[in-house]
Ligand binder design. Structure first.
Ligand SMILES: NC(=O)c1ccc[n+]([C@@H]2O[C@H](COP(=O)([O-])OP(=O)(O)OC[C@H]3O[C@@H](n4cnc5c(N)ncnc54)[C@H](OP(=O)(O)O)[C@@H]3O)[C@@H](O)[C@H]2O)c1
Length: 278
């Protein structure tokens, strides 16, 4: 979504590894960007339980160096974080002022990243999002379609609630945000730096999400399990190494008030994501 905004330098992991502070500093000193957008992270939530130090390097220490390097070249820094900084004990959507209490190594590493970026200061936005999906790669949506097409029974947890967010809408909101900030994004962020929630505007359980995925399935004739035949289950039936919050819907109204932008409902996002292309 960013190319129309100006010259764009996209660095892959081999060109800019977040574990290498010197390369981060060099890359930014060379590019002299107006904006740095960091969508890279260690995101293997379960594996992180075995690799806490690696998760911390990529999610906490690296982003702090990026934030520092961005501040030093007077660039705005945009960084993504996660609903997994919360423990899920709440029953209304989480707001930015709600106290984080991560349940997993991944959540702790992302929270430490937020705190370090905040300490660096400068012009920065931390955009916490939730349950991101994209049909371009394996994700919950593609997995549910696969299960429904290949299995005779499908059981999905109904006790995990979040805000399923289409990656493309997140990218569009980021691009539009930058347009709103104008030619000097760092200056435009004066007084606005901080944490913002940015996710679909409402929430669903995994079960509701899975049912809607099957209702929108472009190949319903391949379904061995139709939407209404998915059986409700408990997340306790599917133990994982990392504990996930039971409830992690995000309230994004602070972002809307600050920047005049919002993401649509999770259902609208899912419908857009699953509608056949031209
Ligand atoms: N997915 C979700 O449900 C979700 C929910 C809430 C928040 N988020 C946040 O959203 C952001 C994007 O997540 P995502 O789901 O798009 O993640 P992803 O698909 O796993 O992508 C992460 C990217 O980071 C790169 N990366 C990993 N280690 C790196 C390193 N040491 N140096 C440089 N790059 C490295 C990966 O490179 P390779 O391709 O080489 O592995 C990959 O391109 C993250 O901040 C994540 O915490 C995601």
């Amino acid at each position: 979504m960013l190319p129309p905004l100006g010259a764009l330098t996209c660095l892959s992991r081999s060109e800019l590894d977040l574990r290498e502070p010197d390369r981060i500093r060099r890359a930014l000193a060379e590019a002299r960007p107006d904006v740095v957008v960091n969508a890279a992270a260690y995101t293997a939530v379960d594996r992180a339980e075995q690799e806490p130090e690696l998760a911390r390097q990529v999610n906490a220490l690296g982003p702090a160096v990026l934030a520092e390097a961005a501040r030093d070249c007077e660039a705005a820094f945009i960084h993504y974080s996660t609903d997994y900084v919360f423990d899920g004990a709440q029953s209304r959507p989480y707001r930015e002022e709600d106290a984080p209490n991560p349940l997993s190594v991944y959540g702790r590493s992302k929270l430490e990243g937020e705190q370090r970026i905040d300490r660096v200061g400068g012009a920065y936005l931390i955009l916490r999002t939730s349950w991101v999906f994209s049909l371009r790669r394996p994700c919950f949506v593609t997995q549910v379609l696969h299960w429904a097409h290949t299995q005779d029974r499908l059981r999905i947890a109904q006790d995990q609630v979040g805000s399923p967010t289409w990656a493309r809408l997140l990218a569009e909101a980021t691009g539009m945000l930058l347009v709103r900030l104008g030619p000097n994004p760092a200056q435009a962020l004066t007084g606005l730096s901080g944490i913002y929630h940015l996710a679909a505007s409402d929430s669903a359980s995994r079960l509701e999400w899975a049912r809607q995925i099957l209702r929108l399935d472009p190949n319903p004739d391949q379904q061995r399990v139709p939407a209404e035949a998915i059986e409700p289950a408990s997340s306790r039936d599917f133990p994982t190494p990392a504990t996930r919050p039971a409830f992690s819907a995000l309230d994004s109204s602070r972002f809307t008030s600050a920047f005049g932008l919002r993401l649509p409902s999770w259902e609208a996002g899912l419908r857009l994501a699953m509608s056949p292309g031209p």
